[in-house]
Design a binder for this molecule. Structure first.
Ligand code: ASP
Length: 316
């Protein structure tokens, strides 16, 4: 069997076992499992990586356990503004959308932008209009509603602060979603989708949908999807930095990921909390984070799936 693999994340943060009821933890694990399995079987059938990551992220967007699509966090004015990006490592094609409302699956919109727009990045009303042209599904506000995230937003609504969906002072931790894959043809791809940060305003955009910051893929090096505090990840051009460390410095995927997350992000001027998933064209996987936990899962050809939430059960 040719080498192939799928890796997913559902956000990084202060993720500890005491945060959940057994039922919620099971729901999170089951959804990660479902996403990994969906990706694995598509890859085994010979599906190309860019299709696989878009499908897998859609599975995660449809779950209220994660801050993407259904269950996205609330903006300061009480709505949901979502963003997503996808990149094909085979040809560097990319598509991204930000500040979109009511789009059921922002990753599907990003995928359409990659295929049909002749552009890379569309935002707000224009992106929504483009989505309608290509029959992307829309939902009313209620579809995205989640009681927990609503309560979190109400607590800080009057303040000038915004916060990560899975930051230290947040009682339960749910996050941004992403996937990277290597297909049997040797192609890698990456996809990331998020509702951003609770109580965000002024049209704030994070790293997730920015090609090179939260999402990047290149067959010559690797595919990367990041999660965490978007601003430091943006300033470090993080996903592309991993690729550059491999391309120009000859670092392995693991060394590049460790350098970014455990050294660069720890510098005083960045102090970036978060993590990433990455895969190279040989099927090496990196799952790296400097937070207490990260929702994650992967499966390599011919192996069993691995799902983990906390530091203690690091799978890779
Ligand atoms: N990186 C995302 C942002 O800053 C948040 C996350 O990863 O959960 O919008």
């Amino acid at each position: 069997m040719s080498n192939f693999a799928i890796v997913v994340h559902g956000g990084a943060g202060t993720i500890t076992p005491d945060l959940y009821t057994a039922e919620i933890e099971k729901g999170i694990r089951d959804t990660l499992f479902e996403a990994v399995e969906a990706g694995y079987f598509l890859l085994r059938e010979g599906e190309v990586a860019v299709n696989v990551v878009s499908h897998v992220v859609m599975v995660l967007e449809n779950s209220p356990f994660f801050n993407a699509g259904k269950g996205s966090v609330f903006t300061n004015d009480g709505t949901h503004e979502m963003e997503a990006a996808i990149m094909n490592g085979a040809n560097l094609d990319a598509g991204a959308a930000c500040a979109v409302k009511n789009v059921r699956n922002p990753i599907v919109l990003a995928r359409k932008i990659l295929e049909k727009s002749g552009h890379v990045y569309l935002h707000g009303k224009g992106a929504e209009e483009f989505g309608r042209l290509y029959h992307v599904a829309f939902e009313p506000e209620e579809y995205f509603f989640d009681q927990f995230r609503y309560d979190e937003w109400r607590k800080i609504k009057a303040s000038n602060t915004y916060r990560l969906d899975h930051s230290k002072d947040n009682a339960k931790k749910f996050g941004t979603v992403g996937a990277v894959a290597l297909d049997i043809h040797g192609n890698v791809a990456a996809a990331t989708s998020t509702g951003g940060m609770t109580n965000k305003k002024h049209g704030r955009i994070g790293d997730s949908s920015i090609i090179g910051a939260g999402t990047y893929a290149n067959n010559a090096t690797c595919a990367v999807s990041c999660t965490g505090h978007g601003e430091p990840f943006l300033r470090a051009v993080s996903a592309y930095d991993i690729s550059c460390l491999m391309e120009y410095k000859g670092l392995s995927l693991e060394d590049a990921a460790n350098y970014l997350i455990h050294e660069k992000m720890k510098q005083d001027h960045l102090q970036g909390e978060g993590g990433l998933i990455a895969i190279d064209h040989q099927g090496n996987i990196a799952i790296t984070f400097n937070t207490v936990g990260m929702y994650r899962g992967y499966r390599r050809s011919g192996e069993k799936e691995h799902i983990a939430l906390y530091k203690a059960n690091v799978p890779a």
